[in-house]
Design a protein. Structure first.
Length: 321
């Protein structure tokens, strides 16, 4: 398909590269035009490509990060009223669409996780590359920061969180070190504090190529932003709002997310999710979509080479029946 947008290169203003851009636009069949909801507008890369794919396309762009919405709105200003920005959590999709007086849309996109604007911002506390208050909230207008969360949870809860969301085997050692610091009246407050503490607690492994605190930071970010909570419900809601033959595309960045996306789409495609020992189906699987990606689409080698952050991305899609 001939694409009207400029390939997978970075945006000239921000240097930001949208992941699996061409594949996503093809999966959404954006050249058909119509109203699309970009549930994670970020820096607006996917939205721009949707708007460029057809002069009939419109995008309602949602993000919970007001800073991202400001950047996306500036970038997408040349599209005029074809782009509208909404500050919300995408799990409020039904309310957002009702407020906009919209019942059905041609396509829905969710490019999950954190944006490079957030990761590369020295003050937001997402990365141990910069020393900053341990915040990590995507939506800075509400919710608990990572430092507050570590100040509130018990040692067992912290260990479980780091184990489950970070898949970090040495989570208990890290949790103990965090709570010992807290008990001494010196709670962990900054990214550098946490990165050093984890490094001291579990040491740097020669086998691991990643920083020892990488998994702990991922776990905290997922917890602070409740990233896995109600993801299945959001996908069902998105499908409910698609018009017949409308498309859903979801990009995930770690296996926990991808598993939820895969299972929810299977269920919405009518595949029963009950354990095999159940005598009859109680999961309520109904055929609402056809799955367009039997296996998830991964970035090609050249995309990973030019944008290493894309390496764990997985794109799944479905079409409403
Ligand atoms: C990977 S970035 C999106 C990048 C975008 N596709 C682009 O091309 O520029 C993910 C964005 O989703 C937002 N986000 C994550 N979870 C969200 C949620 N539950 N509701 C709304 N926005 C969310 C983040 O704030 C971030 O800006």
């Amino acid at each position: 398909m001939a694409m009207a947008f400029g390939g997978q290169g970075p945006d000239s203003h921000t240097g930001h590269r949208s992941v699996l851009l061409r594949e996503t636009i093809e999966l959404l069949a954006a050249e058909r035009g119509g109203l699309f909801v970009d549930c994670t507008v970020g820096l607006g890369g996917h939205s721009a490509a949707i708007l460029q794919a057809s002069s009939d396309a419109q995008v309602l762009g949602i993000d919970r990060d007001e800073e991202a919405l400001r950047a996306a709105s500036a970038r997408l200003a040349p599209f005029g009223s074809r782009f509208r920005a909404v500050h919300a959590d995408f799990r409020e999709l039904t309310r957002v669409l009702a407020t906009a007086n919209v019942s059905q849309v041609r396509g829905v996109l969710a490019d999950l996780g954190v944006s490079s604007l957030q990761l590369d911002s020295p003050s937001r506390g997402f990365s141990f590359r910069y020393d900053a208050p341990l915040d990590m909230r995507m939506d800075m207008s509400r919710g608990e920061t990572a430092a507050e969360l570590l100040g509130r949870l018990s040692e067992v809860q912290i260990a479980r969180l780091i184990f489950e969301y970070g898949e970090e085997r040495r989570s208990r050692r890290i949790a103990r070190a965090i709570v010992q610091r807290r008990d001494r009246g010196e709670p962990v407050k900054t990214t550098a504090d946490l990165a050093h503490l984890v490094e001291r607690a579990i040491g740097a492994s020669k086998k691991r190529r990643i920083h020892p605190a990488t998994r702990t930071f991922q776990a905290l970010r997922i917890a602070v932003n409740a990233e896995l909570e109600n993801l299945d419900r959001f996908i069902s809601d998105a499908v409910d709002h698609l018009e017949p033959e409308g498309r859903l595309a979801v990009i995930s960045f770690h296996s926990l997310e991808d598993r939820i996306v895969k299972r929810t789409l299977l269920k919405l495609s009518g595949r029963c999710q009950c354990p095999p020992r159940f005598p009859k189906c109680i999961c309520g699987a109904l055929k609402a979509v056809s799955i367009l990606t039997r296996r998830p689409i991964s970035p090609a080698d050249d995309e990973i080479e030019s944008n290493p952050r894309a390496r764990s991305a997985r794109l799944r899609g479905a079409q409403k029946i």
